[in-house]
Design a protein. Structure first.
Length: 132
Protein backbone atom coordinates (compact mmCIF):
# COMPACT_ATOMS: atom_id res chain seq x y z
CA UNK A 1 0.00 0.00 0.00
CA UNK A 2 1.39 3.34 -0.98
CA UNK A 3 1.98 5.86 1.77
CA UNK A 4 -0.04 8.99 1.80
CA UNK A 5 1.90 12.20 1.51
CA UNK A 6 0.96 15.36 3.32
CA UNK A 7 -1.72 17.32 1.55
CA UNK A 8 -1.35 21.00 1.03
CA UNK A 9 -3.59 22.98 3.38
CA UNK A 10 -6.08 25.42 1.93
CA UNK A 11 -5.72 28.87 3.39
CA UNK A 12 -8.89 30.53 4.68
CA UNK A 13 -7.35 33.97 5.09
CA UNK A 14 -8.76 36.93 3.18
CA UNK A 15 -5.53 37.51 1.21
CA UNK A 16 -5.44 33.95 -0.16
CA UNK A 17 -9.10 33.83 -1.16
CA UNK A 18 -9.89 34.56 -4.81
CA UNK A 19 -12.71 36.86 -3.71
CA UNK A 20 -10.64 38.66 -1.09
CA UNK A 21 -13.10 37.63 1.66
CA UNK A 22 -12.19 35.27 4.48
CA UNK A 23 -14.20 32.13 5.12
CA UNK A 24 -15.09 33.40 8.60
CA UNK A 25 -16.64 36.52 7.11
CA UNK A 26 -18.69 34.46 4.65
CA UNK A 27 -19.99 32.28 7.48
CA UNK A 28 -20.76 35.28 9.69
CA UNK A 29 -18.27 34.27 12.37
CA UNK A 30 -15.73 36.95 11.62
CA UNK A 31 -17.43 40.26 10.88
CA UNK A 32 -15.17 43.23 10.24
CA UNK A 33 -15.72 46.19 12.62
CA UNK A 34 -17.04 48.46 9.86
CA UNK A 35 -19.73 45.92 8.87
CA UNK A 36 -21.30 45.15 12.23
CA UNK A 37 -24.93 44.07 11.88
CA UNK A 38 -27.59 46.48 13.25
CA UNK A 39 -29.13 45.67 16.62
CA UNK A 40 -32.51 43.98 16.55
CA UNK A 41 -35.30 45.59 18.57
CA UNK A 42 -36.97 42.34 19.64
CA UNK A 43 -36.80 38.80 18.20
CA UNK A 44 -40.61 38.55 17.91
CA UNK A 45 -40.91 41.70 15.78
CA UNK A 46 -39.30 40.26 12.67
CA UNK A 47 -41.19 41.49 9.58
CA UNK A 48 -41.68 37.97 8.22
CA UNK A 49 -43.03 36.59 11.48
CA UNK A 50 -46.63 37.12 10.41
CA UNK A 51 -47.52 39.56 13.12
CA UNK A 52 -46.52 42.83 11.49
CA UNK A 53 -49.85 44.52 12.05
CA UNK A 54 -52.23 42.70 14.35
CA UNK A 55 -55.84 43.86 14.70
CA UNK A 56 -57.04 45.40 17.96
CA UNK A 57 -59.34 42.55 18.99
CA UNK A 58 -59.49 38.80 18.41
CA UNK A 59 -62.45 36.53 19.18
CA UNK A 60 -61.61 32.96 20.17
CA UNK A 61 -64.20 30.19 20.01
CA UNK A 62 -64.16 26.41 20.36
CA UNK A 63 -66.02 24.33 17.74
CA UNK A 64 -66.72 20.64 17.26
CA UNK A 65 -69.82 20.64 15.10
CA UNK A 66 -69.35 19.19 11.61
CA UNK A 67 -65.81 18.02 12.34
CA UNK A 68 -66.35 14.42 13.36
CA UNK A 69 -66.14 15.25 17.07
CA UNK A 70 -62.72 16.88 16.72
CA UNK A 71 -62.20 20.21 18.47
CA UNK A 72 -60.86 23.27 16.66
CA UNK A 73 -60.17 26.78 17.88
CA UNK A 74 -61.54 29.52 15.61
CA UNK A 75 -59.88 32.92 15.68
CA UNK A 76 -61.86 35.72 14.11
CA UNK A 77 -61.06 39.41 14.10
CA UNK A 78 -63.49 42.25 14.89
CA UNK A 79 -61.40 45.31 14.07
CA UNK A 80 -60.55 44.22 10.52
CA UNK A 81 -58.53 41.29 9.33
CA UNK A 82 -54.74 41.27 9.42
CA UNK A 83 -53.07 42.10 6.10
CA UNK A 84 -51.43 38.67 5.83
CA UNK A 85 -53.73 36.13 7.49
CA UNK A 86 -51.79 33.16 6.09
CA UNK A 87 -48.51 34.33 7.65
CA UNK A 88 -50.25 34.96 10.98
CA UNK A 89 -51.77 31.47 10.82
CA UNK A 90 -48.33 29.97 10.22
CA UNK A 91 -46.90 31.91 13.17
CA UNK A 92 -49.73 30.72 15.42
CA UNK A 93 -49.37 27.09 14.28
CA UNK A 94 -45.67 27.23 15.08
CA UNK A 95 -46.19 28.94 18.44
CA UNK A 96 -48.96 26.56 19.52
CA UNK A 97 -47.32 23.45 18.09
CA UNK A 98 -50.44 22.34 16.25
CA UNK A 99 -51.94 22.22 12.79
CA UNK A 100 -54.30 24.77 11.38
CA UNK A 101 -55.63 26.54 8.33
CA UNK A 102 -57.22 29.74 7.10
CA UNK A 103 -60.94 29.62 6.37
CA UNK A 104 -62.22 32.86 4.88
CA UNK A 105 -61.00 35.64 7.20
CA UNK A 106 -60.74 33.28 10.19
CA UNK A 107 -57.89 31.10 11.40
CA UNK A 108 -58.62 27.55 12.57
CA UNK A 109 -56.19 25.78 14.91
CA UNK A 110 -56.47 22.06 15.61
CA UNK A 111 -57.36 21.18 19.17
CA UNK A 112 -58.47 23.22 22.16
CA UNK A 113 -55.92 26.05 22.02
CA UNK A 114 -58.01 28.86 23.55
CA UNK A 115 -55.94 29.45 26.71
CA UNK A 116 -52.58 29.34 24.96
CA UNK A 117 -53.77 31.49 22.06
CA UNK A 118 -55.25 34.06 24.46
CA UNK A 119 -51.89 34.31 26.25
CA UNK A 120 -50.09 34.68 22.91
CA UNK A 121 -52.36 37.55 21.82
CA UNK A 122 -52.24 39.19 25.27
CA UNK A 123 -48.42 39.26 25.10
CA UNK A 124 -48.82 41.25 21.86
CA UNK A 125 -51.38 43.68 23.34
CA UNK A 126 -54.37 42.36 21.39
CA UNK A 127 -57.67 42.31 23.29
CA UNK A 128 -59.15 38.83 23.40
CA UNK A 129 -62.84 37.93 23.67
CA UNK A 130 -63.79 34.32 24.33
CA UNK A 131 -67.05 33.31 22.65
CA UNK A 132 -68.94 30.44 24.25
Amino acid sequence: MAGKGKKERISVEADASPLGISLGTLLGKDTPPEETPPEKAHPDTHPSSGEGSLPGRAVLSRETKGRGGKTVTRISFRDGTPPDTAALAKTLRTAMGCGGTVEGDDILLQGDQIERTAEWFAARRVKVTRAH
